[in-house]
Design a protein around this ligand. Structure first.
Ligand SMILES: NC(=O)c1ccc[n+]([C@@H]2O[C@H](COP(=O)([O-])OP(=O)(O)OC[C@H]3O[C@@H](n4cnc5c(N)ncnc54)[C@H](OP(=O)(O)O)[C@@H]3O)[C@@H](O)[C@H]2O)c1
Length: 262
């Protein structure tokens, strides 16, 4: 493996004091790239890591959304447009960055549904956007990842327990978890982990038709151990844990209220 960019302050970031609890403080002065960080879970990650002293680079397709998010985050935030389904766009996005300490890509747009109902294009859309988008984002970030940095991939609990007929979407999430294990082996010592959330009452579902949303929420409340939806902040907290726990790699974390257990 070729050498990786150095950390800004290895004494504080890579080697916590003996007896101290490594945690969000390890993010101070770090560069965290959040593609999809203009809204939803990615935006909550941005707020949490900026509060911990990191600088964030937000990516997404809509300048107005990114600019508004960066303005709320303050001077530690910058943004650039990027489309994760376009390799040239990813190359241009990462080109100006000298070092990437942590990368999380919650960006994706796809259609879900039964095999016998979806067009081929719609059926292939989760892989085209969510799987290959994240793959190529990591591919472009890899030469710039700090040796003690990390990648968190976005999956979804539907990969382990499909709530409704949507086999290509379920398979895509399961594939992302396999991708995380494969990348952890290839990119070590950079850590690579996967977060696989349950259903979240947040921006993604707010944009879907109300009858679909209410039916999905009712089913999730019924089928999960905690009988509630997750929050974007709870998923963001899991992402920050994976950024900062230096001994966790190749793992998938399920912040899902016990959905995959039942
Ligand atoms: N919310 C949940 O209940 C839940 C549960 C499990 C898994 N997930 C996963 O979480 C991810 C969505 O995150 P979220 O819930 O925070 O939803 P969100 O608020 O819709 O965030 C998605 C972000 O990605 C950006 N984006 C979409 N397509 C893009 C592309 N091709 N290139 C660059 N940016 C793109 C969007 O901005 P632009 O449209 O402006 O580009 C948006 O800011 C998906 O992978 C989803 O499968 C969500």
């Amino acid at each position: 493996m070729s050498s990786r960019p150095p950390s800004p302050d290895p004494s504080s970031a890579a080697s916590p004091d003996p007896g101290s609890v490594p945690g969000a403080a390890a993010l101070r002065g770090r560069t965290v790239v959040l593609i999809g960080g203009g809204s939803g879970i990615g935006l909550r990650v941005a707020h949490q890591v900026v509060a911990a002293g990191a600088e964030v680079v937000l990516g997404g397709r809509t300048p107005a959304r990114l600019a508004a998010a960066a303005q709320r985050l303050g001077p530690a935030a910058s943004w650039r447009t990027v489309d994760i389904t376009d390799k040239a766009s990813l190359a241009a996005f990462f080109a100006p960055l000298e070092r990437v300490d942590h990368l999380f890509t919650s960006a994706a747009s796809y259609r879900v549904g039964p095999m016998l109902a979806l067009s081929d294009e719609d059926a292939e859309s989760p892989f085209a956007s969510k799987f290959w988008g994240q793959y190529h984002a990591v591919r472009h970030a890899a030469p710039k990842l700090a040796a003690d940095g990390s990648v968190v991939l976005m999956s979804g609990a539907a990969g382990a327990r499909p709530p409704a007929p949507a086999p290509a979407y379920a398979a895509c999430n399961a594939a992302i978890e396999g991708l995380g294990r494969g990348l952890a082996v290839e990119l070590a010592p950079v850590r690579v982990n996967v977060v696989s959330p349950g259903t979240v009452d947040g921006n993604l579902w707010a944009g879907r038709p109300a009858p679909d949303r209410e039916a999905a929420f009712a089913q999730y409340r019924r089928d999960t151990l905690l009988h509630r939806l997750g929050t974007e902040d709870e998923i963001a907290q899991a992402v920050v844990f994976l950024f900062t726990n230096g001994f966790t790699t190749g793992s998938t974390l399920y912040p899902d209220g016990g959905y995959t257990l039942r």
